[in-house]
Write a protein that binds this ligand. Structure first.
Ligand code: BES
Ligand code: ZN
Length: 458
């Protein structure tokens, strides 16, 4: 189809696409909460029905050990026609604290050019861009310039724990030449961006057990190690005052940035003072020797997500708690392995655990980091597609968040992933009042259509 035709079809259908994405956003598909199991299935079925309605030949809700996966395809294999796999997730984060939302999270609303709803940016709104692009290309009785497959999962926000197995079991069905994901953000509003690096993640819980029950702090204080204090002591031994993680071996696989990459980051319009202000902190803090963008995009971290244990209620209670806990997670730089890092952290926790208590480290989910080679031909295609959709060439950035499936696509399908998201840094993903800029949504549809065309020309 000619470039102008598909763009004008998208233009003519803006209202329709908006109504449709709002319908999708009304389904409360919160994967983490069991009371939403039925909504998860309803959301998967909605997607399957829409994939069929826009002209895919096959679309199915497929079971996993957890929430189902939606798979769809438009396959017209011809010599030389590439196959592209579009991945996204239909699950969303919980909405608490719900009283901080200005409009209910599952009653989408447009205000000042923004579409507000849980999942608007992360990721249902962005998944829908690809469905709208396919609609625009096929609605004219046309063909797609590439074979297209959709893989939309329901457990991304829980760590995609059943997805690797699903991909391994369905390798042939998912075989492709490249993957595309729109689940990332622009560097800033008006700065179209393609992400080429993501951090990995490893998540753990530390449980410290002391006396077999809570103790009177008068009768027993001084006689035993306090588990809450032990948790605090352990945590302070994980990082030094220069922001460097002190777990032996932690940095072994981390590679330094090239001078060229550092220079590229320095060229991006980033104001540290404004950034600190926007976050409400008196000053920024992090690993010495690195800029903020370097720290967030490329360096590993160790964060305490929460600490609990003992008495925290009204008034005072003189007590030594029997146990205390912490949830910690590490964002990982390329080449670090989530399991290996978890083992190193675990060993170090045991090493620094004070006497008189027992520590246990329970591993939770994780995901591998990813780097997409900038010189791969799909990156050129993506760059041209973003320019056609947004009227400006993109900048190439890395991001601090994680999308574990990118490493899986590389390992199991042997393909690169184009990370072409259109969110914005202040979109409130995972927080109250999540939104997606409508202009980015519409231009994202244009870029998606342009991407299939550009990939079709490779
Ligand atoms: N859309 C995000 C990934 C993301 C976040 C990309 C920030 C770029 C910047 C995704 O939905 C997400 O939240 N992923 C989780 C993965 C984790 C549960 C393994 C994350 O990063 O915490
Ligand atoms: Zn998310």
């Amino acid at each position: 189809m000619s470039e102008n035709l598909v763009m004008s079809v998208i233009d003519r259908n803006k209202e329709r696409y908006l109504e449709e994405v709002m319908e999708l956003l009304r389904i409360p598909s919160i994967s983490a909460l069991t009371q939403h199991r039925g909504d998860m299935r309803a959301c998967a079925e909605w997607l399957r029905d829409r994939l069929l309605a826009i002209g895919l030949q096959r679309a199915e809700v497929m079971g996993t050990a957890g929430h189902p996966v939606v798979y769809g395809e438009w396959m017209h294999p011809e010599p030389g026609r590439l196959t592209v796999l579009v991945y996204g997730h239909y699950d969303v984060q919980p909405v608490d604290p719900v009283e901080l939302w200005d409009s209910p999270p599952f009653e989408p609303q447009v205000r000042e050019g923004r579409l507000y709803a849980r999942g608007a940016a992360d990721d249902k709104g962005q998944v829908h861009m690809h469905m709208a692009a396919v609609h625009a290309l096929l609605s004219q009785g046309g063909e797609l310039p590439v074979n297209l497959k959709f893989l939309i999962e329901g457990e991304e926000e829980m760590g995609s724990e059943n997805l690797d197995e699903f991909i391994a079991a369905n390798r042939e069905m998912l075989a492709c030449d490249a993957a595309v994901i729109s689940d990332t953000s622009f560097f800033a509003a008006g700065v179209p961006s393609i992400t080429y690096g993501l951090r990995g993640l490893t998540y753990m819980q530390i449980d410290v057990a002391g006396p077999s029950s809570d103790l009177h702090s008068g009768s027993f204080g001084g006689a035993v190690m306090n588990p809450a204090e032990a948790v605090a002591r352990i945590i302070t031994r994980l990082k030094d005052e220069h922001g460097r993680i002190t777990v032996p071996g932690f940095y072994d696989e981390v590679r330094e940035l090239t001078e060229r990459e550092r220079e590229e980051f320095r060229r991006l319009p980033f104001d540290e003072t404004e950034y600190a202000e926007s976050l409400g902190v008196p000053e920024l803090w992090g690993e010495e020797g690195y800029s903020t963008l370097e720290r967030v995009w490329t360096r590993p971290t160790l964060e305490v997500n929460g600490i609990w244990g003992g008495f925290a209620g009204e008034g005072s209670k003189t007590v030594i708690p029997a146990e205390a806990h912490a949830k910690i997670s590490c964002r990982l730089a390329p080449y670090q392995d989530p399991d290996e890092i978890a083992s190193l952290v675990e060993a170090h926790v045991q090493e620094v655990c004070p006497p008189g208590v027992r520590a246990r480290v329970v591993r939770m989910h994780g995901g591998k980091p990813a780097l997409v080679p900038l010189d791969h031909p799909v990156m050129g295609a993506a760059s041209r597609a973003v320019e056609r959709g947004f009227g400006k060439p993109p900048v190439f950035i890395r991001e601090g968040g994680s999308i574990p499936v990118v490493a899986t696509f590389d390992a199991l399908l042997g393909v690169p992933t184009v990370l072409m998201g259109v969110g914005l840094p202040d979109e409130n993903a995972h927080a109250p009042n999540e939104w997606l800029l409508l202009e980015n949504y519409y231009n994202g549809i244009r870029s998606a259509a342009a991407l299939y065309e550009e990939l079709g020309c490779l």
